[in-house]
Design a protein around this ligand. Structure first.
Ligand SMILES: [Cu+2]
Length: 125
């Protein structure tokens, strides 16, 4: 086997391991009983709700589901990202540190409307 091809296979394998570990870590975040849960559903090519309001410093659990295909949820400014897998519910805990508006978007290609698929989190006092 050519070395370049073997190297590509190794890199692809390593990426899969990292993705699996990330998914396991995100799934392992338990929801606290006293923390509010906000449900966000993805469907080609939108999130419902599109606008979410959070309070600065107040932890919330985002409960993420997708109604059709594999999607992503990525809010880089909050340091939150998760895979949205059909048939699964993923919970991520968020504690917004800064006031203002933060975009979240789909970072898994899901079709023709993927590039416009986003939502807005507003962090208030
Ligand atoms: Cu997408």
């Amino acid at each position: 086997m050519p070395i370049a091809k073997r190297r590509l296979q190794l890199i692809a394998g390593a990426l899969l391991v990292v993705a699996a570990m990330t998914a396991a870590y995100v799934a392992a975040q338990p929801a606290q009983d006293n923390e509010p849960v906000i449900k966000i559903t993805a469907k080609k090519f939108e999130y419902t709700p599109h606008d979410v309001q959070l309070k600065k410093g107040v932890p919330v659990i985002l409960e993420l589901t997708t109604q059709d295909v594999f999607m992503g949820f990525n809010a880089p400014d909050l340091g939150v990202r998760a895979d949205m897998v059909p048939g699964k519910t993923v919970r991520v805990r968020v504690v917004p540190a800064k006031l203002g508006k933060v975009e979240f978007l789909c970072d898994v290609f899901c079709g023709s409307g993927h590039e416009e698929m986003s939502g807005l989190i507003t962090v208030v006092d």
